[in-house]
Design a protein around this ligand. Structure first.
Ligand SMILES: Nc1ncnc2c1ncn2[C@@H]1O[C@H](COP(=O)(O)OP(=O)(O)OP(=O)(O)O)[C@@H](O)[C@H]1O
Length: 271
């Protein structure tokens, strides 16, 4: 795996619609993610987390400001930046075998068939799915299908992996397993991982840093270093007093300043 570059967001703004329908979602947002960092992005529903992730991936162009990957402007999807979306049901092709689903993006990159198959099988092993390459996605459980979606993200061999609510559609036990899988892959491959999540506990459990979005329009309201060490464990890490302290700090920032008559900003739906 080649070493990645920093992703740098500078003074980004994003507006949807025009005239009376104009909606300024993001304004003056700056953020830097260094190679090998694991950053989780949280914020109230509708704050623009997905919009920011799409700007980071080059799928959406900001209305103002810049996104750079190293010295390259991100104005279209780059081979160095892979994206895993939330809903495996919408992202896996049901008529294609699992191996072909994982290998699918490699075809467009000009990788030869034998290498595509070998790389897909290798990625399936990495996500704990050795031997399922010949099955169809619908023959697998939801958690397994999301592993296939992650394997497809890994098949790019991209040094940066962006994930939008990647574990939102699976049951609680599979969610814990997928969180640990993602941590293990980051440790093994040394990749940069950026995860958008509604779940503050998940953000603290996974991240080296939690970036909190808020305000209207949205910007970065805080960036909290997670001082829990590299090794995380679903039982002991979550029971650690520092974990509880961090989740309280993140939640306080997500909820925003309050007045006696109620929230001053938007009503959050994050938990
Ligand atoms: N293509 C689009 N056209 C118009 N408005 C959009 C578009 N994409 C996003 N929006 C608006 O931008 C705002 C932010 O949306 P976004 O999905 O980025 O927020 P989010 O923080 O990811 O939300 P959630 O946590 O609910 O998934 C919302 O008001 C949404 O309606």
């Amino acid at each position: 795996m080649k070493r990645g570059s920093s992703l740098v967001v500078e003074d980004v703004g994003k507006t949807f619609g025009r005239g009376v329908d104009e909606h300024r979602v993001i304004e003056g947002l700056s953020l830097r993610v260094d190679p090998g960092e694991f950053v989780c992005i949280v914020g109230p529903s509708g704050a623009g987390k997905t919009t920011l992730l799409r700007c980071l991936s080059g799928l959406t162009r900001p209305s103002s400001g810049t996104v750079r990957y190293g010295d390259r402007p991100v104005v279209k999807p780059l081979a160095d930046i892979a994206v895993v979306f939330q809903d495996y049901r919408g992202s896996l092709l049901p008529w294609m075998r699992v191996r072909d689903n994982v290998a699918f993006p490699l075809e467009g990159m000009g990788v030869k068939r034998a290498e595509r198959r070998a790389r897909a099988d290798e990625c399936l092993v990495s996500v704990g799915l050795a031997g399922v390459g010949d099955k169809y996605p619908w023959q697998l459980s939801g958690g397994m299908q999301q592993r296939v979606a992650i394997a497809r993200g890994l098949a790019y061999e991209a040094p940066v992996l962006l994930m939008d609510e990647p574990f939102g559609s699976v049951d609680a036990q599979s969610r814990f397993d997928l969180e640990d899988l993602t941590l293990a892959l980051r440790a093994e491959l040394g990749i940069t991982v950026i995860v958008v999540t509604h779940d503050i506990d998940e953000a603290v459990y996974l991240g080296d840093r939690v970036v909190v979005l808020g305000g209207r329009p949205t910007t970065v309201v805080d960036s909290l270093k997670v001082d829990l060490g590299a090794a995380r464990d679903q039982i002991t890490t979550r029971a650690d007093a520092r974990f509880a302290d961090l989740r309280t700090r993140v939640l306080t920032r997500v909820r925003g300043p309050r007045t006696e008559s109620g929230p001053r900003h938007r009503t959050p739906s994050a938990t």
